[in-house]
Design a protein around this ligand. Structure first.
Ligand code: GTP
Ligand code: MG
Length: 452
């Protein structure tokens, strides 16, 4: 039969949120709880991701999860550092993540990167829940380590619970201002129409069982069909980072969301100037912590199935772009796969006009997010590229007919020294930020100034 390779893959969960709101701590707590449950070996660390199998989830979640209710293999969590745009996490036709956890510090509420994450979640129609983190910091909080949150919430004094409620309802209100009807997760009946808010503490572990339970339930109920893949088929993934690695040259950190990648596979990768066709030299995963003292930080694997995070070493990767597609050729025609990758890249390509501003960004995904935001603000773009701001960008901006277009919006990239000088000499304004809407606001202020 042909269906023997069909399987349900692990849903990909992006953990998002503003800098320091506790994304890594929440994941660390999940890993830590697994160690306490004697399941440390079952959790596998990937490049940029952590895989938590279903039986471990059910151990941590205790009575909240009955593993026989689920047939998905577990969850693959991707940690996104606050300074790194979540926009990179894209795949053919939308978001790379199947679901997301938006981590919000209860004391800080919504912050710029929270806003940005919400915008992208909305646009990509990615289902998400909110982890309202750091509930242990409410003065007078009486913790019950690793407990489900509803019980520990109800066991607080009226004053403490009142204080927390105030913070939680602030977050719920902020969600509703952005068009999401939200409530504490235990009051949510239908997670398709409502965003569940899970109060958690990455410090005490309270609410972590609930968080895993809600994620598991969400993916099982609403994403099962999307998880049915041909695991043995040629791999498909997204490049998260292009990195120099000692002994390996330029490597790609990839999240594989379909099929398999094997050593010696020919792969096609989106590059800045042209599409790259190359052969996998090594598939690298991080060594377990216990082996950290060995020579290399990585160990070789022969093959890897979706969903997973992996570092790929191969020749000729210098030109590869973060956010670009990666496809395994296997027994197909190289040209066909090249066309597929090119079609995907064309899909992301930004519509440029005869006149407009210059946009530079760190990844294809962030470039796309920038262009969407600029389109909404009715700002035309003359040139949009991944990469640092270089003197030739200044030349393009300086030849604009309209003085309002003598500007460069630089998202999460560097401005080369000679570009700075050129910009000063030619009166081109460079705006730099790692928050998209800030760039646009600053540009709009500049337009107002120049109009006066
Ligand atoms: P970036 O990766 O830099 O964007 O930050 P992050 O969101 O991963 O935050 P991280 O997990 O590094 O936590 C930031 C700080 O908040 C650290 O000092 C943590 O110890 C602290 N922290 C995180 N979660 C909690 C929590 O639940 N309670 C308390 N009291 N502190 C927390
Ligand atoms: Mg972090």
């Amino acid at each position: 039969t042909t269906s023997t390779d069909a399987a349900l893959r692990t849903p990909i969960v992006a953990v998002l949120g503003h800098v320091d709101h506790g994304k890594t701590s929440v994941l660390d707590k999940v890993r830590g709880s697994a160690v306490i449950e004697g399941e440390a070996g079952a959790i596998t660390q990937h490049i940029g991701a952590t895989a938590v199998p279903l039986d471990v989830i059910s151990e941590i979640a205790g009575e909240l999860v009955d593993p026989t209710d689920f047939d998905l293999p577990g969850l693959l969590f991707i940690d996104t550092p606050g300074h790194h745009s979540f926009a990179t996490l894209r795949s053919r036709g939308g978001a790379l993540a199947d679901i997301a956890i938006l981590v919000v510090d209860v004391n800080d509420g919504f912050q710029p990167q929270t806003e940005e994450a919400i915008e992208i979640l909305k646009r990509s129609e990615t289902p998400f829940i909110v982890a309202a983190n750091k509930i242990d910091t409410v003065p007078g909080w009486n913790p019950t380590e690793d407990a489900p949150v509803q019980a520990t919430y109800e066991s607080q004094s009226d004053r403490v619970r009142g204080d927390l409620d105030e913070k939680l309802y602030e977050i719920i209100g902020q969600l509703s201002d952005r068009g999401f009807s939200a409530d504490l997760y235990w009051r949510v009946q239908n997670f398709q129409n409502n965003v569940g808010v899970v109060p958690v503490s990455a410090m005490t572990g309270e609410g972590i069982p609930d968080l895993l339970t809600v994620m598991m339930g969400l993916s099982q109920r609403y994403m099962k069909e999307a998880m049915e893949i041909d695991v043995a088929g040629p791999g498909v993934g997204t490049v998260l980072e292009v990195k120099e690695e000692k002994g390996f040259g330029t490597t790609l950190d990839v999240v594989l969301y379909d099929g398999t990648v094997k050593e010696d596979d020919t792969i096609v990768v989106g590059g800045a100037d042209s599409t790259i066709v190359t052969d996998v030299r090594a598939l690298l995963k991080p060594r377990p912590l216990s082996e950290i003292r060995t020579e290399s930080r990585f160990e070789d694997v022969d093959e890897l199935k979706a969903a997973a995070g992996i570092k790929i070493a191969a020749p000729e990767l210098d030109d590869a772009m973060s956010g670009a597609p990666m496809r395994v050729v296997r027994d197909r025609e190289i040209d066909d796969v090249v066309s597929e990758v090119e079609a995907e890249l064309a899909d992301i390509a930004v519509d440029t006009e005869e006149q407009g501003i210059v946009v530079k960004a760190d990844t294809l995904g962030s470039l796309e997010a920038m262009s969407n935001a600029l389109e909404e603000a009715e700002v035309p773009i003359v040139r949009a590229e991944v990469g640092d701001v270089a003197p030739r960008d200044i030349s393009v901006a300086s030849t604009a007919e309209d003085p309002m277009h003598e500007a460069i919006l630089a998202f999460n990239v560097d401005v080369l020294a000679d570009a700075h000088t050129a910009a000063e000499n030619q009166d081109v304004r460079i705006f730099e930020s790692d928050v998209i809407y800030r760039l646009i606001e600053e540009y709009e202020e500049f337009v107002e100034e120049r109009e006066q």
